[in-house]
Design a protein around this ligand. Structure first.
Ligand code: ADP
Ligand code: MG
Length: 357
């Protein structure tokens, strides 16, 4: 039995504010706080949350572009912080990143063919013929004509440039691709094409994805599991279907309610996230979501809620909906009769009935 491809344990990243070094008493930006998750081979884990909640910092920590303040990242059980030279080089081939803005991440002076074969040429020398064959093959894999290899990025559309970014990531045959807002800059119809391309590639090659987006509507189609982040922390991590059918954390619920997905079968929740995202320099005490939460009780202002496992395989950090002691309170969703009768005890049903509909 083998473990997960990627395992993240208590990952934390604090940036010093202003000064370049940490000094006692200097405030820090709590970009990522105690984040843990795992990704199986061939799986798509989506990370969602509003701008500034720490998604890109998680991506940078996974790619080892920044060093963590605490916690660790394991690939096939190996801590990436322990990798030296050759092992680090070998590991870098297995994990590739696709960025939001393909234009700024593609060298404008190189042709499409040069751009997508460059990662391979960093590892091995290719003849002109080999390079052309590789470029043609990679372009075909992302649904582009081989003739496009002679074009410059400026001669391509936004969707084509993002396909190039994906082709380049594919060139080293990675086991894991981290896509940070990879479709966010694209039109809705082009977004759908790129998402379908990622799905096809995953089916053909068994690539795992960590797919980061601020838009829950986008992740619904490709996620196997979804991690919802708020102010540096995961507040809910659930199988995709369960999350969309029945969000448990009030923040997840509000995000889903706000996502413009025309789905007549979905129960429409009226919750919406009011107010601004608080500052990660001085986050609210207790549950960071409590100032915006319609369900907040006194305990939420004091104690950080732990991630509590629920019966359907999800974890939720919420004192009201997923209390660490006692029975979890299921959200009241119309037409759902699967509630645990024990959980429907007097004291809990009073709270459950406060769920907005
Ligand atoms: P997201 O990708 O979810 O929008 P980020 O991970 O980019 O969020 O940022 C999380 C928080 O960390 C933000 O408050 C951001 O301003 C801060 N931050 C990110 N990178 C740095 C950095 N290099 N130095 C200081 N603060 C940073
Ligand atoms: Mg970001």
């Amino acid at each position: 039995m083998s473990g997960p491809l990627l395992k993240v344990e208590n990952l934390t990243k604090h940036y010093p504010l202003g000064a370049g070094i940490f000094k006692k008493g200097i405030p820090v930006i709590r970009a990522v706080e105690d984040v843990s998750f795992s990704v199986e081979a061939g799986e798509t884990l989506c990370i969602v949350g509003e701008s500034g909640c720490g998604k890109s910092t998680v991506a940078r920590l996974l790619m080892r572009l920044v060093e963590p303040t605490g916690g660790r990242v394991l690939i096939d059980g190996t801590d990436i912080a322990s990798l030296k030279k050759d092992a680090l080089r070998a590991w870098r081939r297995r994990m590739q990143m696709v960025f939001q803005d393909p234009y700024s991440s593609l060298n404008p002076r190189l042709t499409a063919g040069q751009i997508i074969t460059e990662p391979v040429e960093n590892f091995e020398r290719l003849s002109r013929k080999q390079r052309q064959a590789l470029a043609a093959d990679l372009l075909r894999q992302v649904g582009m004509a081989p003739e496009m290899m002679n074009r410059l990025p400026s001669e391509l559309s936004g969707g084509q440039r993002q396909r190039l970014g994906i082709a380049r990531a594919l060139s080293l045959k990675p086991s894991l691709i981290i896509a940070d807002e990879a479709v966010s800059a694209l039109d809705v119809s082009v977004q759908a094409q790129i998402l379908n391309l990622l799905l096809d590639l995953q089916q053909q090659m068994g690539i795992a994805f960590v797919f980061i987006s601020h838009d829950l509507g986008v992740v619904e189609h490709i996620a196997h599991r979804v991690a919802v982040m708020y102010l540096g922390r995961i507040v809910e991590l659930a199988p995709s279907e369960a999350l969309f059918a029945k969000p448990v954390h009030p923040y997840t619920e509000a995000l889903i309610a706000a996502a413009p997905v025309p789905d007549p079968t979905r129960v429409r929740l009226e919750a919406s996230v009011e107010g601004e995202v608080p500052s990660p320099i001085n986050p609210p005490t207790g549950c960071a979501f409590h100032p915006r939460c319609p369900l907040a009780i006194e305990r939420c202002c004091i104690e950080v809620p732990p991630l509590v496992p629920m019966a359907d395989g999800r974890v939720v950090a919420c004192h009201v909906r997923a209390p660490a002691t006692g029975m979890p309170i299921q959200p009241a969703v119309k037409g759902d009769h699967t509630l645990d009768p024990v959980a429907m005890s007097e004291s809990h049903s009073a709270q459950a009935s406060r769920v907005p509909r």
